[in-house]
Design a protein around this ligand. Structure first.
Ligand code: PLP
Length: 400
């Protein structure tokens, strides 16, 4: 053990990856598994984006680039922030990284000292608290509830802030709950943040385009321009453009912060993949009509899954406004026994029994910091979702 750093030993492997891995293993054994565990769209990267990547290769865009991305990409990111979010940035205020994940890692590595606190509303994306701890900081989780739509309130935020608070992680639409912070709630949170100038906000907008409410998506920096000097607005092409494997994310924020993040990135990965940068330029500046089509398709799938889950005795599910996840409660089943005789005492037991006995992979809620629930990703074809709901229903009916 002496060989490994304390930071690495503290780090937990991702439960989401572990569930998907287990599903693949069972499938390799010949089992007919439906995996609703992955956080990626089932759609292909659009053809015009793939074509831009091959053109880039032929044109020789195959070398190291500027650390934070080629100027053309920085300008495409600036145009995206201006047109879609009303945020105006200079080139020195934006950067691209190897996925949104590297943006977040850069930001935390750039700012966290031992004992610094980061507020993480739960349920949360699994990487936030892990990255905070890895950097030596202390994640301060603030549980939300289905009753409050899985949204943190101004009072809860106020109560969690201390003089050591450096960041609030704000993720809307949220993975895993699908909850969306609309304008009113963002203004209420901003009013609290006004009073605490030590707190910065990492606004994780990666699911921006996957929103199903009539109210449009809003990001904190546009609702509260007075806070702009303390907000890092993160986004990327993984989810909206079905480009998870291309690994490009980006951010806009104060030039001082971006500069330190670029310094760190320069010493770790040099620059994001050059070919993927050009594909991202095509994504951000190209046709957008497919976004509405995909959104409509996700919305239908959400409605299907929510209505099927709510018809099952023991399960309860909100209708979230965004992302491609639902986060049902399985508390009604706790204390019961599964068809094959497993006692279900926790969401972890539930997810395990469901996989072993009903061949459906979901991720247990404890992994996201809010137990008693589980996460279903509905980024799968309708027929598969429908079959998975049949299996979940049959399993729950026989769990008594
Ligand atoms: N933020 C959230 C909430 C996510 O769910 C994900 C991906 O699962 C990411 C950030 C990072 O995505 P990527 O690194 O592919 O840009």
């Amino acid at each position: 053990e002496w060989f490994f750093s304390r930071a690495a030993q503290r780090l937990k492997a991702s439960a989401t990856n572990a569930t998907s891995q287990r599903a693949r293993e069972l499938r390799a054994e010949g089992r007919d598994i439906i995996a609703l565990s992955a956080g990626e769209p089932d759609f292909d990267t659009p053809a015009h984006i793939r074509r831009a990547a091959s053109d880039a290769m032929q044109a020789g865009h195959t070398r190291y680039t500027n650390v934070g991305g080629v100027p053309e990409l920085k300008d495409a990111i600036r145009a995206k922030f201006l047109d879609e979010n009303g945020l105006r940035f200079e080139r020195s205020e934006v950067m691209a990284s190897t996925g949104g994940k590297q943006v977040i890692a850069n930001a935390l590595l750039a700012t966290i000292n031992a004992g610094d606190e980061v507020i993480v509303p739960a349920p949360y994306w699994v990487s936030y608290p892990e990255l905070v701890s890895f950097c030596g900081g202390t994640p301060v989780t603030v549980p939300t509830s289905a009753r409050n739509g899985f949204l943190i309130t101004a009072e809860e935020l106020e109560a969690a802030i201390t003089p050591r608070t450096k960041w609030l992680m704000l993720n809307s639409p949220c993975n895993p709950s699908g909850a969306v912070y609309h304008e009113q709630r963002l203004s209420e949170l901003a009013a609290v943040l006004e009073r605490h100038p030590q707190v910065h906000v990492l606004s994780d907008d990666i699911y921006e385009h996957l929103i199903y409410s009539d109210a449009p998506f809003r990001t904190l920096a546009s609702v509260a321009p007075g806070l702009a000097g303390r907000i890092l607005t993160m986004n990327g092409v993984s989810k909206a453009y079905s480009m998870t494997g291309w690994r490009i994310g980006f951010a806009g924020g104060p030039a001082k912060l971006i500069k330190v993040m670029e310094k760190i990135q320069g010493q770790t990965t040099s620059c994001p993949n050059a070919i993927a940068q050009w594909a991202t330029i095509a994504a951000l500046t190209g046709p957008k009509d497919f976004l509405a089509e995909r959104r409509a398709s996700f919305r239908e799938r959400r409605d299907l899954v929510v209505s099927r889950i709510n018809a099952i005795d023991g399960l309860e599910c909100l209708t979230p406004d965004g992302a491609f996840y639902v986060y049902p409660s399985c508390e009604g089943l706790l204390g019961r026994v599964s068809p094959a005789g497993r006692t279900i005492d926790s969401d972890r037991d539930f997810a395990e029994a469901l996989l072993e006995e009903a061949n459906v992979a979901v991720v247990f809620g404890e992994a996201f910091g809010l137990a008693g629930h589980f996460r279903i990703s509905y980024a799968s074809p309708t027929a598969q979702l429908s079959e998975a709901c049949d299996r979940i229903e049959a399993f729950c009916v026989r769990t008594s």
